[in-house]
Design a protein around this ligand. Structure first.
Ligand code: SF4
Length: 227
């Protein structure tokens, strides 16, 4: 079997675990394309507005003005070195590399990163514009791993998912002492991902996406009601 290094990000791994068949058809073989939808484009517009607000002090457009009360406290209460849309990447041996490096193994973009160099603490915030029903903190575990490897002195990451439309801020905290456990939380999914590439075997995983939200018309489950 061929062994090669598979580049990944949190969203790619999530797509794979959601449905390996769709992942392969869209991301690997590129036989189908996911169409943009109104939720995705609105989410991007909100992220851009918040990026400009935090970094450049540009006022939020009226339709997003209500988010100011959630983001403003982050700017006044956290002290440190503010980074907006911080792009971080690692080689397979966890050495930091430029975001677009061909050597990269994993990479991610942090919506808001605040590095408190005095307290050796990083604050990681991810803005969410969707539902908080299935809040997924694993994404922030990966961001914490990236931060720990990029900033050697950082010993603690305090992380949060800020659900802008739900008035909800779900938080957690990770210590550098537990770095190997943080990485281990991705091991099983990465093993499956690598195995799928090596064998070129991509299992379908029927779900609620099959009926209306999947572009893979060649799949035997397409258009059907999933499990
Ligand atoms: S139709 Fe369903 S099972 Fe098939 S690729 Fe799409 S999401 Fe996966």
């Amino acid at each position: 079997m061929e062994t090669r290094l598979i580049k990944w990000s949190y969203s790619a791994l999530k797509d794979f675990t959601t449905c390996p068949r769709q992942y392969a058809e869209v991301r690997v073989k590129q036989n189908f394309r996911k169409e943009d939808n109104v939720y995705a484009s609105t989410g991007r517009a909100i992220h851009t507005a918040l990026e400009q607000y935090v970094r450049d002090g540009i006022r939020l457009p009226d339709e997003y003005k209500s988010y100011e009360k959630y983001v403003r406290p982050l700017l006044t209460e956290l002290t440190g070195d503010y980074r907006v849309e911080q792009k971080l990447a690692l080689r397979h041996d966890k050495v930091p590399v430029p975001f677009d490096s061909d050597e990269r193994w994993v990479r991610g973009i942090i919506d808001l990163l605040v590095l408190d160099h005095h307290d050796n603490t990083a604050y990681i915030v991810d803005y969410k514009t969707g539902s908080n029903k299935y809040a997924d903190l694993r994404q922030l575990k990966l961001m914490a791993c990236l931060v720990f490897h990029h900033y050697d002195h950082i010993q603690r990451c305090r992380v949060g998912l800020l659900f802008l439309n739900k008035n909800d801020f779900i938080t957690d905290e990770y210590s550098k002492d537990n770095l190997s456990q943080l990485w281990a939380s991705f091991a099983a999914d990465l093993f499956r991902l690598n195995l799928a590439y090596e064998t070129d075997h991509w299992m379908p995983n029927p779900s609620g996406l099959c009926k209306n939200f999947c572009p893979v018309t060649s799949c035997e489950f397409h258009g059907k009601r999933g499990r």
